[in-house]
Ligand binder design. Structure first.
Ligand SMILES: [Zn+2]
Length: 366
């Protein structure tokens, strides 16, 4: 079976993103990079040209809301809310080609008319269980069983790094971050590039490649850390949501192993992720996203605050939602609230702000 890389040309990609998902014609910035509208998180035709496609790696990077790298299959899933097999079918319909990838051998014949016009409907019926298929744990044996010293130096204990199975790929200069789903299935492996050229080209965090295959999964279809932390979350009915995986490991040390944190792996929260929290019986959510402003009274701070509030309002009535906000300039621009040590994080947690309270379910029928 051919891989996406062998099968889809750049022309196919343009067709998928423009004709299929509704971006305007791409800006070709001549360095093997095409800029599309951010159809990953915006409605067709509405986003800015901040969705970059790198022809060398065949991966997209959304530089705004998602702040994540993903392949074309994940892009289709993000844009339409459909499942992985359906994303493959969508690509086949538009390009006439059917890319092979694990979990792609079957096609649901009845669902072959998916188009971006179905956007709203598809987003509404996201089925988390179908989003990611397990991959073999044998892939983990490919990497060096060492913990990355650079992350340890940053304040993550060896114990936490080992618990989360963080490894190193010395040959490719990457920190290896395995992702598991709620049933403890390995579903994807992300790599944190250490090579400065790779980091500069915007590919800091990417799915790792094995042979010609990317071990990618739908980030929005899972919550990083769920396999390790779901019991504690169910017990306390509380969750702390970070953007990145590293923060979940830092929380492990801060909380002395009483870890109730998860990472959304980006800076948006999907319907599927909210569904996963509902399944765990979560009643209190604390959004602990990166600080995306420098001056507290600036326009960007104001806009960022309303973005967080908007995110918070997406959660159901059964959950109270809070967010962390750096009023006192304790952390730096683009840093996670837990990046500046335990004391600062404790302070920020103490000063958490409420977006909405939990509505008593008993009131519903009155
Ligand atoms: Zn995006």
């Amino acid at each position: 079976m051919k891989t996406i890389k062998e099968e889809l040309t750049t022309r196919d990609i343009v067709k998928i993103v423009c004709t299929g998902l509704g971006s305007g014609a791409p800006i070709d910035n001549k360095n093997g990079v095409l800029q599309f509208q951010t159809v990953c998180h915006n409605r067709p035709g509405e986003g800015s040209y901040k969705l970059y496609y790198y022809t060398s790696t065949q991966l997209f990077h959304c530089y705004t809301e998602c702040s994540a790298s993903f392949d074309v299959l994940e892009l289709v899933q993000r844009a339409t809310g459909c499942t992985l097999p359906k994303a493959g079918e969508f690509i086949r319909q538009i390009t006439g080609k059917y890319p092979g990838r694990r979990g792609f051998d079957f096609i649901d014949q009845e669902e072959n008319n998916l188009h971006w016009e179905d956007y709203d409907k598809k987003v509404a019926d996201v089925d988390c269980s179908e989003k990611n298929s397990p991959i073999s744990t044998h892939y983990l044996k490919l990497y060096d069983d060492k913990v990355p010293y650079i992350w340890h130096k940053e304040g993550i204990s060896i114990k936490a790094l080992q618990k989360f199975n963080i490894k190193v790929d010395y040959a490719n200069m990457k920190i290896i971050i395995p992702h598991w789903d709620k049933n403890n299935n390995l579903i994807g492996i992300r790599g944190r590039a250490l090579n400065p050229c790779e980091v500069l080209s915007g590919n800091k965090y990417m799915p790792v490649k094995c042979g010609t295959e990317y071990l990618a999964h739908s980030l929005g279809g899972n919550l990083y850390g769920i396999n390790f932390n779901c019991d504690k979350i169910k017990e306390t009915k509380k969750v702390v949501l970070f953007e990145g995986e590293k923060s979940v490991m830092k929380y492990e040390d801060w909380s002395n192993g009483e870890n109730i944190s998860l990472a959304v792996c980006g800076s948006s929260i999907s319907a599927c992720q909210i569904q996963l929290l509902e399944e765990m019986g979560v009643e209190e959510v604390i959004i602990a996203f990166d600080k995306m402003f420098t001056d507290n009274s600036s326009k960007e701070a104001k806009e960022y605050r309303s973005k967080l509030v908007k995110l918070g309002l997406k959660f159901p009535a059964s959950m109270a939602v809070y967010y962390l906000w750096d009023d006192n300039n304790l952390i730096e621009y683009k840093n996670a609230p837990i990046d500046h040590g335990h004391k600062v994080f404790s302070l920020l947690m103490k000063m958490k702000k409420m977006i909405k309270g939990k509505m008593d379910s008993g009131d519903k029928n009155i």
